[in-house]
Design a protein around this ligand. Structure first.
Ligand code: HQG
Length: 179
């Protein structure tokens, strides 16, 4: 498939698995999984297309797994706005993590810290390049914030890492951010 087509399908899949499953007639289980067969029908795509999008995904946004019942299921690794319990266990984060955002948001973040907005968690990147890519999505000037994750964890804030290497936490108070 052409790259553009892969991106288009990936976005539709993300929308269905993270934000609006009902729109395509899907119900996710409590952990966000849906049977692959049901998903293919709802998306109107063929299995080889799904495999190409899942395998070729630049951020490994999707996980496919066979349950103990022998049913193959798919879910988004992270980024949900619908309630799902991903079952992530707290992990010790690296000493620093990064957050890429728009320069226009910096003053507000300085005042109130990073909050999770419509998502389940604040998303943090392990390296500056990734953070820059995330911030670039906003258009305009990018700001890269450094989060003192080690200190935060020692102060009792739990951190999680998603199946695709995104670090997640509930909120980042401004006192743990280097601007
Ligand atoms: C900002 C994409 C003002 C925050 C990416 C961000 C990522 C504040 C925006 C993943 C704020 C929320 C997540 C405050 C936070 N004042 N602005 N106090 N606190 N913000 O999209 O981190 O392609 O929900 O800086 O690559 O940008 O979907 O979060 O700009 O990994 O897989 O509020 O989404 O991955 O935006 O991106 P988002 P994000 P996918």
């Amino acid at each position: 498939m052409e790259y553009r087509e892969v991106v288009k399908i990936s976005k539709r899949m993300s929308k269905a698995l993270r934000h609006d499953p009902a729109r395509v007639g899907l119900t996710l289980d409590p952990a966000g999984w849906v049977p692959v067969e049901t998903f293919l029908a709802a998306m109107g795509i063929a299995r080889p297309v799904l495999d190409e999008v899942v395998a070729g995904n630049d951020k490994q946004r999707f996980a496919v797994q066979t349950g103990p019942d022998g049913v193959e299921r798919i879910r988004a690794n992270q980024g949900h706005s619908v309630p799902v319990e991903l079952g992530l266990t707290p992990q010790e984060p690296p000493e620093v993590l990064f957050h890429g955002t728009g320069a226009a948001a910096v003053e507000s973040i300085r005042a109130t810290g990073l909050n999770r907005g419509g998502r389940h968690h604040v998303h943090l990147s392990p390296d500056e390049d990734t953070a820059r890519r995330v911030g670039t999505r906003r258009g305009g000037a990018v700001a890269i914030l450094t989060v003192m994750a080690g200190e935060m964890a020692r102060a009792g804030h739990p951190f999680y890492v998603s199946g695709n290497g995104v670090w997640l936490t509930d909120e980042v108070p401004a006192s743990f951010i280097l601007f």
